[in-house]
Design a protein around this ligand. Structure first.
Ligand SMILES: NC(=O)c1ccc[n+]([C@@H]2O[C@H](COP(=O)([O-])OP(=O)(O)OC[C@H]3O[C@@H](n4cnc5c(N)ncnc54)[C@H](O)[C@@H]3O)[C@@H](O)[C@H]2O)c1
Length: 254
């Protein structure tokens, strides 16, 4: 059976991915702020490096897969966490664990979002992320709205994945992303309770073509497929798992 690492594994999508992998008999090294095999704050560069060191130690024979799910939603009080965790925390783990993934010709599934495509996000912010400039990207938190930091960061993550895809594929590593739509987890529960955004979020949820919100298991099903050999010719793709929302927003752009 395989060896996998999952971040954000204590809650929501990461928890469901971990459960499904374990149910299938795989070993999973979990990472989260608390309640995981490795507890760490992925907004912090040195803690990311320590997570990489510990996963490398625990997966000395290599990794079959990596699913960096840890992330925060747009409505977060410390907005700098959006670029630091959602983008840099994810990319640093992927890069740091690349040798372990190469060892077993493993697969990576990133978690972008269908909000990555909802509008044209701030180009300078995305350029700072893609240039790997943590300080410059974090400064945008002073001026940009949480939704712009969130959606722009998720779009930058998908772009990073597509840009890097050929180099990873050449080493036998398949890298893809899911783009979840509205999915009921701890993250969205907080939004629905927000006095500022609650009504808008409920209306948004009601407009999902499939006529229900996503569940963490829906996202995990897609992740497990992309990790599996059934997806062996799929690389560099962004799979929308959103009940048809993206198709209804942008029917002619794909
Ligand atoms: N729920 C949705 O509607 C939705 C939609 C699109 C994308 N996403 C993405 O899915 C991923 C998982 O989100 P979720 O919905 O399961 O939310 P969640 O809040 O249930 O889980 C997120 C997990 O990330 C962990 N985390 C947050 N900050 C961290 C940090 N600094 N260091 C380590 N761990 C940290 C949290 O502790 C939590 O366990 C996120 O990247 C999110 O952006 C979610």
């Amino acid at each position: 059976m395989g060896m996998y690492a999952v971040t954000g594994a204590a809650s929501g999508i990461g928890k469901a991915v971990t459960q499904q992998l374990r149910d299938a008999g795989h070993e999973v090294i979990t990472v989260d702020l608390r309640g995981a095999d490795i507890n760490a704050d992925l907004s912090d560069e040195s803690q990311c490096a320590e997570v990489v060191r510990r996963v490398r130690e625990q997966a000395a024979d290599g990794l079959d897969g990596l699913v960096p799910c840890a992330g925060l939603g747009p409505d977060v009080p410390r907005k700098t966490l959006l670029p630091l965790v959602n983008f840099f925390g994810t990319v640093s783990l992927v890069e740091g664990l690349r040798p372990q993934l190469r060892q077993k010709r493993g697969a990576i599934v990133l978690v972008s979002s269908n909000s990555a495509q909802m509008t044209d996000y701030d180009t300078q912010y995305m350029d700072a992320l893609l240039a790997g400039d943590r300080a410059a990207a974090a400064q945008f938190a002073d001026t940009l709205h949480g939704q712009v930091l969130y959606g722009g960061g998720k779009q930058a993550l998908a772009r990073w994945m597509r840009r890097e895809n050929a180099a990873y594929a050449a080493e036998g590593i398949r890298m893809n992303a899911i783009a979840p739509g509205y999915t009921e987890t701890g993250m969205t529960a907080a939004g629905e309770e927000s006095p500022e955004y609650g009504d808008a979020i409920r209306a948004f949820k009601a407009s999902i073509p499939i006529r229900r919100a996503g569940r963490a298991e829906d996202q995990a099903n897609a992740v497990l497929f992309l990790l599996s050999d059934k997806a062996s010719f799929i690389s560099g793709s962004v799979l929308f798992v959103d009940g048809g929302h993206d198709a209804s927003f942008r029917p002619d752009r794909f």
